[in-house]
Design a protein around this ligand. Structure first.
Ligand code: PXP
Length: 244
């Protein structure tokens, strides 16, 4: 019998609240207000991606949200000197290192940890030394998992994009990666492209303890409101977990 980790946390990614705000250049809707609404509806933490081009979340959003909420904040960031400085200054609970290409619409693939071990190792060490829990956003493959463990990352976030696009065999690939990650001592998170319709099988993976979900929830907020969308997501996640 496989034991499930007891809790499964939901991190709500609020980037696209900032996307809508920035479309008009004003202050509404405020990502901080959205973060507070998501937490009040049952989110366990807030995730935000400070991209190098600042296309959605901006530096002042990170600072305001860090100052105003006590729930865990997960800062997604590229492994650059600038982002490392900002992470050390704002000390989020967690930082998730992601690949970043300026032309991409969203984070398209996982970080190539296996190919960039020596560049990533000091970034992981510096974040850990600042008391920030580091995760690496990777494709769900053994070489990436082994490289993540080898450079001392305590957490990996498995990229669920290919699963969300309906790729055949992708759920099995995620399941094998979660198992392998746990056997390497890595805490396993997952995210990208998750919706009310596809979250169940990922939430059921026993080694996965956190899901980070953004675009769908913010889109759904237009249709049913953010609190309702978050509550439904949490309920679906919990329903996928065996009791006990
Ligand atoms: N996790 C990571 C590391 C991401 O980069 C993103 C997208 O910003 C997400 C989760 C959330 O993906 P989505 O917005 O598709 O739910």
């Amino acid at each position: 019998m496989t034991l499930h980790a007891r809790t499964l946390r939901l991190g709500v990614n609020i980037d696209h609240v900032a996307t809508v705000r920035n479309a008009r250049g004003g202050a509404h809707p405020d990502p901080l207000a959205a973060a507070q609404a998501a937490l009040a509806a049952g989110a366990d933490g807030i995730t935000l991606h400070l991209r190098e081009d600042r296309r959605h979340i901006r530096d002042d959003d990170v600072a305001r949200i860090r100052a105003a909420i006590t729930a865990p904040i997960n800062l997604e960031m590229a492994a650059t000197a600038e982002m490392l400085r900002i992470a050390r200054d704002t000390t989020p609970h967690a930082a998730c290192l992601v690949p970043e290409r300026r032309a991409e619409v969203t984070t398209e693939g996982g970080l190539d940890v296996a190919g960039q071990r020596e560049a990533l190792r000091p970034v992981v060490a510096a974040l850990a030394a600042a008391g920030i829990r580091v995760s690496l956003f990777i494709d769900p493959d053994t070489p990436q998992l082994e490289a993540a463990a080898a450079i001392g990352a305590p957490v990996v976030e498995l990229h669920t994009g290919a699963y969300a696009h309906g790729g055949p065999g992708e759920l099995d690939r995620l399941a094998r990666a979660a198992e392998r990650g746990a056997s390497l001592g890595l805490e396993c998170h997952a995210g990208h492209g998750l919706t009310h319709d596809n979250v169940g099988p990922v939430a059921a993976l026993p080694q996965v303890v956190e899901l980070n979900i953004g675009h769908f929830l913010i889109g759904q907020a237009i249709l049913e409101g953010l609190p309702a969308a978050v509550r439904r997501m949490k309920a679906l996640m919990q329903a996928a977990r065996p009791p006990g």
